[in-house]
Design a protein around this ligand. Sequence first.
Ligand SMILES: [Zn+2]
Length: 152
Amino acid sequence: MTQMNVESFNLDHTKVKAPYIRLVGVTEGDKGDKIYKYDIRVKQPNQEHMDMPALHSLEHLMAENSRNHHDRIIDIGPMGCQTGFYLAVLNDDSYENILQVVENTLKDVLEAKEVPACNEVQCGFAASHSLEGAQELARELLNKRDEWTEVF
Ligand SMILES: [Zn+2]
């Protein structure tokens, strides 16, 4: 395969085994600050995907709750292929810590009574949400917690 600019375009998606959490890369700024980007893969590529309302609600829930467990989360955003999320975090080189943050965040999702900010003022597609769907995804991920470190 030709080398691509985007790291994940160089990843053989037929070889990975979801679910997993993988460090994609580290970007260092001029002052030495470092952004760590992770691939949180929920579904097996090209075999399964998350339904949009469930994915969307899980995004809202993780975006809001993860910041209670880490004060340097930059972003959590869904992949367009609907099989996972990207997580970016500043100046934390501990993979184990990130695993713990994700675990704690998903436990929050299971206990949530509503999806944060799922209204037309705070969200761009407020009609497309599913708390139950997000909780099912969180449960699936937590049930396979011991597999997260195995990418291939
Ligand atoms: Zn939204």
